[in-house]
Design a protein around this ligand. Structure first.
Ligand code: NAP
Length: 477
């Protein structure tokens, strides 16, 4: 019987497994619902899928990769990198593929979790680490008539590679981080492409260079990673210090529009009217050029209805389509709505989160002993690599496990007042931040307008405050 169950074999779950091995724990299993590892980097295979954080930083600090082909590695390379890490650190054998977790229930007598899979199998570990991430439940809009569409329909995260886009009339709904990567590729194939944009994004040029040969020299990947880290951290000054410091960011984005979009009407359509940084700043060199192609239209009227062979705008324009591709993102704040987790005293996680999702250091919850959430509430980033945040959280979890063994205890959970104080500090900073004040709506905020997803400051602040669990903030049992 494994003592620790890790859910998910993406960046988070694999990092947990690797660090457990390194710390001498061998009694763990990683349950992965897909048939291979990589998580989001296994599931998202849309054309043009690549990292939008420089790869020297979008990788584990303990396993730098001198072989990145580009500064922003394409999806297959990232998936191979993760497979390499799993193999090198001896955790591939710990992964069980095609096993989806259905429920987690805390057994107060046995002081163990009951993990039940969708196949009905039960595991009884002491601890559970969730590495399921926030970006894996596809979000579809609710548009009247959408079920009646007779052409091909798919979401960017479930790309239908069997469908040949050549010569087809394609409608894309959504213009976020995924769409700006696949739209330029679809535009090359489709006979007609209509892109439905609800809100324009601030987009900057992507320094998407091939990695020079010198990158492979000993020590260079570390130097480059450190340099990239600080360049990315500098992007946080606009929200962590003063919004006026975002001026340079805006100038860079405006320059990209002016350089690449000559038509004043299109320019007006793609220029955002909210403060830069309010939504994730995107990087692309080929998004605006794609929109200026003869076979591409950008529609900014809303989508009112979908008919069997067309998409109808709120202005009554009917756009015929053979296929609709949803680039409408993921359920983020509400992704945990369907979680079936029951803690001590029969408390459902939804009850614990009746006022909004919250955790101590984004990782632990009172009433849910030995349950750890990687990339939990308020650990997301708009400016740097979440892999950094994962590593800090994994260090936090290991320090909790050490606390358990040093004290010969069985359970650990945070004090409610510690979690409250931590989150009050966090929300105080967030209330004044650009995501609330910048004049945009985004999935960073929940239905009440509270930011439950992002870390509000520099990542080194999270490192300094969260990598080690403080004994006075935890209850051992
Ligand atoms: P997203 O950024 O949330 O974009 C979703 C798009 O769909 C937005 O343009 C949104 O418009 C639109 N939309 C949503 N519901 C709609 C509706 N009902 N009607 C019309 N339009 C609608 O999703 P994503 O592009 O899949 O990216 C999600 C996240 O994944 C990113 O923020 C990023 O963190 C991550 N990602 C990362 C990479 C990477 O390289 N590292 C690449 C892709 C994605 P509004 O803006 O008006 O809401």
């Amino acid at each position: 019987m494994s003592q620790i169950v890790i859910i998910g074999a993406g960046f988070a779950g694999l990092c947990m497994g690797i660090q457990l091995r390194k710390a001498g724990y061998d009694d763990f299993v990683i349950l992965e619902k897909d048939e291979d590892l990589g998580g989001t980097w296994w599931e998202n295979t849309y054309p043009g899928c690549a990292c939008d954080v420089p790869s020297p930083m979008y990788s584990y600090s303990f396993e730098l990769n001198p072989d990145w082909s580009r500064l922003f590695a394409p999806q297959p390379e990232i998936q191979h990198y993760l497979a390499h890490c799993a193999e090198k650190y001896g955790i591939t054998g710990h992964i069980r593929f095609g096993v989806e977790v259905d429920t987690l229930e805390y057994d107060e007598q046995a002081l163990r979790w009951t993990v039940t899979t969708t196949e009905g199998e039960e595991l009884k570990p002491r601890a559970v680490v969730s590495g399921v991430g926030a970006l894996h439940v596809p979000s579809y809009p609710e548009i009247p008539g959408m079920e009646a569409f007779e052409g091909r329909v798919f979401h960017s995260a479930r790309w239908d590679h069997s469908y040949d886009l050549r010569g087809k009339r394609v409608a894309v709904i959504g213009t976020g981080a995924s769409a700006i990567q696949f739209v330029p590729e679809v535009a090359k194939e489709a006979s007609r492409l209509t892109v439905f944009q609800r809100t324009p994004n601030w987009i900057q040029a992507k320094p998407d260079i091939e990695m020079p040969a010198a990158f492979k020299l000993p020590g260079v990947p570390r130097v480059v990673r450190d340099a990239v880290y600080w360049v990315l951290e500098a992007r946080a000054v606009g929200f962590a210090v003063d919004p006026r410091l975002s001026g340079l960011q805006k100038w860079m984005a405006m320059r990209q529009i002016k350089k690449q979009v000559k038509d004043p009407e299109l320019r007006a359509k793609v220029t955002p009217d909210y403060t830069i940084g309010c939504k994730r700043i995107l990087l692309s060199n080929d998004w605006y050029p794609a929109l200026t192609r003869d076979n591409v239209d950008l529609v900014t009227d809303g989508v009112a209805e979908i008919r069997p062979n067309s998409v109808v705008t709120t202005e009554g324009e009917e756009v015929e389509a053979d296929a609709i591709i949803y680039g409408t993102g993921f359920k983020v704040v509400d992704a945990m709505d369907h979680w079936k987790i029951t803690g001590r005293g029969g408390q459902k996680i939804q009850e614990a989160w009746a006022d909004g999702i919250v955790a101590h250091h984004g990782t632990t919850l009172p009433g849910f002993p030995n349950l750890f959430l990687l990339l939990g509430p308020n650990t997301g980033l708009g400016h740097n690599s979440v892999v950094f945040m994962i590593e800090v959280q994994v260090a936090h979890i290991l320090s909790c496990l050490r606390m358990l063994s040093e004290n010969k205890a069985t359970t650990i959970e945070p004090r409610a007042e510690a979690m409250l104080a931590y989150n009050e500090r966090l929300q105080k900073r967030l209330r004044k931040a650009v995501w609330n004040e910048g004049g945009c709506s985004s999935w960073y905020l929940d239905a009440e307008g509270v930011n439950r997803t992002l870390w509000p400051g520099f990542t080194f602040e999270f490192w300094a405050g969260s990598r080690k669990a403080k004994p006075e903030e935890y209850i051992l049992g």
